[in-house]
Design a protein around this ligand. Structure first.
Ligand SMILES: Cc1cc2nc3c(=O)[nH]c(=O)nc-3n(C[C@H](O)[C@H](O)[C@H](O)COP(=O)(O)OP(=O)(O)OC[C@H]3O[C@@H](n4cnc5c(N)ncnc54)[C@H](O)[C@@H]3O)c2cc1C
Length: 606
């Protein structure tokens, strides 16, 4: 095999690893135009008539409208002119896919890994526009033949090298600069930054007694420590738990100083156990990634996208750098102070999850065969494997978390106080403010392992956008959320007995009035469910979080199997283990990644 062919095989392998290993669709990150090496197999007769055409399709946040200009029988221009997709997550799909259609004169372009729904909507809207232009769609969808790209090698050097540009990695980068770093390089295997942090519900737990008191909530750092440790059934490391809970509020202020806008109201998300979850004004985790990403840029940090770290470089027992594969370049990157591993968890890799299951809340026996994952496609765990290869210890790998709702079915709200849950018989079966393990195990025992979250008009904001930034009307049109003018109508639409649902709502509203739940012991209360229209969202457990990972100390240094520090190797975020025990509280992961990301950035510069 000649050198060129080998190089192309490597490109292909990398793209496939990134795009397919964790993604449902065969998607690859779009190359930058300079690397673009694609052409139609042959100049097909496409039947295009000159003019300007528009096409529409439904995306995540509503209608995606594209405009295509045809000149001299060719696609001269294409762009998305209207959309309600979530900023940052969909940006690449919105900007890159139309460009690639023009460059390749083809509709057979790849979507963007990590934003499947938006990619599909953009492609569909372009297809509709081209259909109006009289295109022979079959010809336009002909497979694109990719030409081989010559691989290059490049050596780079910085004070600090970070693997993974999610919340932990970006926090570590900012912190490293704050503690004297002159240069930071982050390698990120996806086409855009953010990882799971970008698509998180955004809840950040921190005891903030002063603000909470004004909202009638009693709280303290000690209570946060106690609930985190006990919520994880005392499996977590109390020192790490204490560090996280003690520094969480400082992290809230640190982010605010960088420009993050927090919502005034502090609430509680599913499984958070207490109303101490801070939410940002921006949807999902986009607020965190925007301010952190901007700060890293402002400080001069370099982020290599589409670049997958494959190996840690060790010299004389110290981690001194990393090898990484970009689209057309093999990098050797030296970190003078060392390397911070911030590659996130592996709940997007069901095989790896199952491999480690043993005696946690979920076992090989009780974990359902078929499970969807809420995670982004890059959450595949190779950071853990890379570190293990050089002797790192892992901890709590058998402990995973299911979320009592799949990522695409958050519905109108993720706040516990806004809703209650019923099974398909129309009855409550669990306390909605219980631990995620409690709710999921109880749900798996119900008919079809599913439940409905019931809520009402009082939680719908004027702009009809849900907490996760989705358009409620799109969710209703897609059947993800069911809307009804009466309880009876709702029961009929979701197929549960109307009298049972009516009785459940009346009983629940009685509990709200007394702030007491003699059946299941719920303690977090909001308003009664009584104002039409009423809403139901079908939900079921999904693979969500991996509590196990690299064994670290309170300085975010990675330990080996003898409990000794591995010089030069630090880790932060979901790639680490030992904090959340066997059940993480909802809202504690964002606190974890910010607190330990900052610590890792400081420690590496010491
Ligand atoms: C849908 C969803 C909702 C959630 N909601 C909440 C919430 O409201 N509150 C809360 O506390 N927690 C929530 N979580 C959990 C929380 O978001 C994550 O635990 C946290 O964001 C992980 O941050 P991280 O920086 O460790 O990893 P990530 O944010 O996932 O970042 C890791 C990055 O590393 C990159 N990477 C991986 N391997 C490599 C490699 N080999 N080379 C280069 N780059 C690599 C990944 O592509 C990724 O960008 C949610 C999670 C999900 C999936």
């Amino acid at each position: 095999m000649n050198k060129k062919k080998i190089a192309w095989l490597l490109v292909l392998t990398m793209l496939l690893t990134v795009g397919i290993s964790a993604c449902k669709k065969t998607e690859t990150p779009p190359e930058s135009p300079s690397n673009e090496a694609t052409k139609m197999e042959e100049t097909a007769e496409t039947g295009l008539k000159d003019g300007v055409y528009t096409g529409e399709a439904t995306g995540y946040g509503g209608t995606v409208k594209s405009e295509v200009t045809v000149k001299d029988g060719k696609i001269a221009d294409a762009k998305v002119v209207e959309h309600g997709e979530t900023t940052m997550i969909s940006d690449m799909a919105i900007s890159e896919i139309p460009k690639r259609v023009v460059e390749t004169q083809s509709l057979a372009v790849d979507g963007v890994s990590g934003c499947t729904v938006s990619s599909m909507a953009v492609k569909k809207s372009l297809e509709k526009a081209l259909e109006s232009a009289g295109a022979d769609l079959k010809a336009l969808k002909k497979e694109i033949v990719k030409e081989a790209v010559e691989r290059k090698t490049e050596e780079k050097e910085a004070d600090v090298v970070i693997i993974g540009a999610g919340g932990a990695g970006l926090s570590a980068a900012v912190s490293a600069y704050e503690h004297g770093a002159k240069s930071v390089i982050i390698v990120e295997k996806m086409p855009f930054i953010g990882g799971n942090t970008l698509r998180a519900g955004g809840a950040y737990n921190a005891a903030d007694p002063e603000v909470q008191k004004a909202q009638g909530i009693e709280d303290s750092i000690e209570k946060h420590i106690e609930q985190t440790y006990e919520g994880g059934h005392k499996v977590g490391n109390l020192d790490l738990v204490t560090v996280m809970c003690t520094n969480a509020l400082d992290g809230v202020h640190w982010l605010a100083d960088m420009g993050l806008e927090w919502k005034e109201k502090i609430g509680s998300v599913v499984g958070s156990k207490w109303p101490r979850s801070h939410q940002t004004e921006k949807p999902l985790g986009t607020g965190y990634i925007t301010v952190l990403g901007n700060k890293v840029k402002e400080l001069g940090g370099e982020i290599l996208l589409n670049t997958k770290a494959s190996e840690l470089i060790v010299e004389d027992g110290k981690v001194v750098g990393v090898k990484a594969e970009g689209i057309d370049t093999d990098y050797t990157i030296r970190g003078n102070k060392g390397v911070i591993m911030a590659t996130g968890g592996y709940a997007g890799n069901p095989e790896m999850v199952r491999e480690y299951l043993s005696d946690g809340v979920y076992t090989k026996e009780n974990l359902p065969e078929k499970l969807v994952s809420t995670n982004h496609p890059g959450a595949t765990g190779e950071g853990i494997l890379m570190a293990q290869k050089i002797g790192a210890d892992v901890i709590d790998m058998q402990h995973i978390q299911l979320l009592p709702m799949p990522g695409d079915r958050f519905g109108p709200s993720i706040n516990v106080e806004d809703s209650f849950f019923i099974n398909k018989e129309g009855k409550r079966y669990v306390k909605e403010d219980g631990g995620r393990d409690e709710i999921c195990l109880a749900t798996l025992a119900q008919t079809d392992g599913q439940y409905f979250m019931i809520t009402d008009a009082q939680i719908v904001p004027e702009n009809r956008k849900t907490l996760s930034g989705e358009n409620l009307d799109v969710l209703i049109a897609k059947g993800i959320v069911v809307e009804a003018d009466s309880v009876e109508d709702l029961a009929e639409k979701i197929g549960v007995p109307a009298d049972a649902l009516k009785e459940t709502i009346d009983t629940f509203n009685g509990y709200v009035e007394k702030q007491e739940d003699p059946e299941f012991g719920r303690t977090v209360w909001g308003k009664k469910i009584e104002k039409a229209p009423f809403y139901a969202t079908l939900r079921y457990p999904a693979l969500h979080h991996t509590m196990g990972g690299l064994h670290i100390n309170t300085e975010a240094q990675v330990l080996n199997k003898d409990g000794k520090v591995i010089p030069g190797l630090f880790a932060a975020g979901e790639v680490t283990g030992g904090i959340h025990g066997d059940n993480r509280l909802g809202g504690n992961a964002i606190a974890d990644i910010i607190v330990f990301g900052r610590i890792a950035g400081e420690s590496i510069m010491k």
